[in-house]
Ligand binder design. Structure first.
Ligand SMILES: [Zn+2]
Length: 272
């Protein structure tokens, strides 16, 4: 028995000591029990709520996954959450087969779109600080038609020199800038490395990956965003002197299959 074991040790407190020490014990014990009970209640109540709430939540998650899955039979299982999902999607289909077909179609389209966007974004990020674009242009960008000049008029242009991979076309502030060909915008930024406001466009020209970069543009003049498809001659912004520039001009860089080319010579050979 516990009492026998408690009485056995020699240094046990006397009855008086226990009485003296024992006075506050009932109260302490009560508060201790109350505190523990409160703790248990605090923990137990939300746990009970979450336990009760977890079942429909898990069912809803499972239902969404099932709706996205290829297996049409899972839709039959997920009958309860289906009306809500359909209401959100606004589908006109009525049979489970029709619903599943639309879901599959939409999921496939969304996945393809997301994958394409991810490829462009990854390639754009990888080449954000360099002039050329390293994405797989020929496979992802529609072939371009004719090539045009980025400026309809300019005063003169500078020749490239060491460390300067571009041609500087002197033009007045605000002069319109145009895409040299059909393509996809892979960079569009207000604060490029030395370029200031710039736009970079990837093209598929004759099966070659061509990148055109337009720098020192006017603040707030950009008309295109990354991922946007543009046409030859489409307005993309205006000339200025943002970034490292002395005087308003267009700094144009052109890369073919990742290698820099003399932009003016390339335009002369390709425009028209
Ligand atoms: Zn320049």
């Amino acid at each position: 028995m516990p009492t026998t074991a408690a009485q056995a040790p020699a240094p046990r407190p006397t009855r008086a000591q226990r009485r003296a020490a024992g006075k506050p014990h009932p109260a302490r014990s009560f508060f201790t029990v109350a505190a523990v009970a409160a703790l248990v209640a605090t923990v137990a109540v939300p746990a009970a709520f979450s336990a009760a709430g977890s079942t429909p939540a898990e069912a809803a998650v499972t239902t969404v996954q099932q709706l996205a899955a290829d297996n049409a039979q899972s839709l039959v299982v997920a009958s309860e959450a289906t009306p809500a999902a359909l209401a959100r999607g606004g589908y006109a289909a009525t049979t489970p087969e029709e619903i599943q077909a639309k879901k599959d179609e939409e999921a496939a389209a969304a996945a393809a779109k997301a994958a394409a966007a991810a490829r462009v974004a990854a390639a754009a990020a990888a080449s954000a600080d360099s002039s050329s674009y390293t994405g797989a242009i020929a496979e992802t960008i529609a072939p371009a038609g004719s090539v045009v000049r980025p400026l309809t008029s300019f005063n003169n242009f500078g020749t490239p020199y060491a460390g300067h991979k571009g041609i500087d076309y002197m033009a007045d502030r605000g002069t319109p800038l145009y895409s040299i060909a059909d393509g996809v915008v892979v960079a569009s930024d207000e604060d490029g490395p030395g370029w200031g406001v710039y736009v970079k466009i990837a093209h598929n020209i004759g099966g070659q990956s061509v990148t055109s970069l337009y720098a020192h543009m006017l603040y707030g003049s950009r008309r295109v965003t990354v991922g946007q498809t543009v046409s030859a001659g489409q307005l993309i912004g205006q000339v200025s002197d943002t970034g490292r520039a002395f005087g308003t001009h267009l700094h144009l860089e052109i890369y073919v299959n990742g290698s820099w080319v003399d932009a003016e010579s390339w335009l002369v050979a390709n425009v028209g």
